[in-house]
Write a protein that binds this ligand. Structure first.
Ligand SMILES: [Zn+2]
Length: 295
């Protein structure tokens, strides 16, 4: 029953850009990103983060794991890619739509790596900014077993996998994963394509930090880099630059307007760019102002 209440909470509080809110209809769709890297996207269900899969010589490294309830469908999708076992999971951050699957895969004794603040936040109850969404403390086996602070490199099957934390951004525990030789990035929710991004100000997020991380993703990338967003189709550096420019205009104009004592409407009017999506410009600017007041 507790579980049903929690799921109900997710459903009423998430941004839904898919057709259905039921997990029954979820399909997990596999796409090839580069030679040995794939993306698995959840469609026709509640919002869920993109999964990245790296195929090494002796096992799979999986980035993010959506929901425990999707375990069977995720494993089916993974079996389309390879019959090798999952040897490691990396969480890009602690939000449930990227990490709830830890509860399923942790039980299988698969090690989970993440930034140290992911473990800290999953090890207690958290309420996400701007919603009533309660994330209950995860059981021990669903917590990351290996954590890092600012940079960690994994060397596997000729690939160098770099895990970067660039400080506060979407949360205070975001990892940008760069497959250096394959030239592929998994950006987590530091880059999304559904419109106005979400910054979790209850859990260490920061708008200035969010902008900084976008600049870091751009500086890691060249014209051939494939960028897996937290949500949305595989993108490239130009998509991130366009996204960064819009985010930057909103943040800079809001800082300027706020320090000049302008009204909310004046600030909104001064911002020429905008995103299409469920979240409004007004909500985004209000959140930036909230962040400035608490800075
Ligand atoms: Zn998130």
């Amino acid at each position: 029953m507790k579980k049903a209440i929690f799921l109900f909470f997710i459903l009423i509080n998430s941004i839904t850009y898919s057709q259905s809110d039921s997990f029954d209809d979820v399909r997990e769709v596999v796409s090839l990103v580069s030679d040995n890297i794939y993306m698995i996207s959840s469609v026709d269900g509640p919002i869920a983060g993109n999964i990245g899969v790296f195929v090494s010589k002796d096992g799979l490294i999986v980035i993010d794991d959506q929901y425990e309830i999707n375990e069977g469908k995720i494993l089916n999708a993974i079996s389309e890619i390879s019959t090798l076992p999952i040897k490691l999971i990396i969480n890009t951050h602690f939000h449930f739509d990227h990490s709830d699957g830890n509860k399923a895969f942790g039980k299988l004794d698969i090690p989970i790596y993440a930034h140290k603040n992911v473990r800290k936040r999953l090890n207690r109850n958290s309420v996400l900014f701007g919603s009533n969404t309660l994330m209950e403390k995860y059981p021990e086996e669903a917590l990351p077993s290996l954590t890092y602070s600012s940079l960690m490199s994994l060397h596997d099957s000729g690939e160098e996998i770099q895990l970067y934390n660039f400080g506060k951004g979407h949360t205070d525990g975001d990892t940008v994963i760069f497959f250096k030789n394959s030239n592929v990035i998994h950006a987590g929710d530091s880059f999304v394509t559904y419109g106005y991004p979400y910054v979790d100000l209850n859990n260490g997020g920061s708008f200035k930090g969010f902008l900084n991380i976008l600049n870091m993703i751009i500086s890691l990338s060249d014209n051939n880099t494939k960028i897996i967003p937290g949500h949305g189709p595989v993108s490239d550096i130009n998509d991130v630059i366009k996204f960064r420019d819009i985010v930057r205009e909103h943040i800079n104009k809001t800082i300027q307007g706020f320090s000049n004592g302008n009204s909310l409407n004046e600030i909104i009017y001064s911002i020429k760019s905008s995103f299409e999506g469920d979240r409004t410009k007004e909500d985004f600017v209000k959140a930036i102002i909230f962040d400035l007041k608490n800075d």
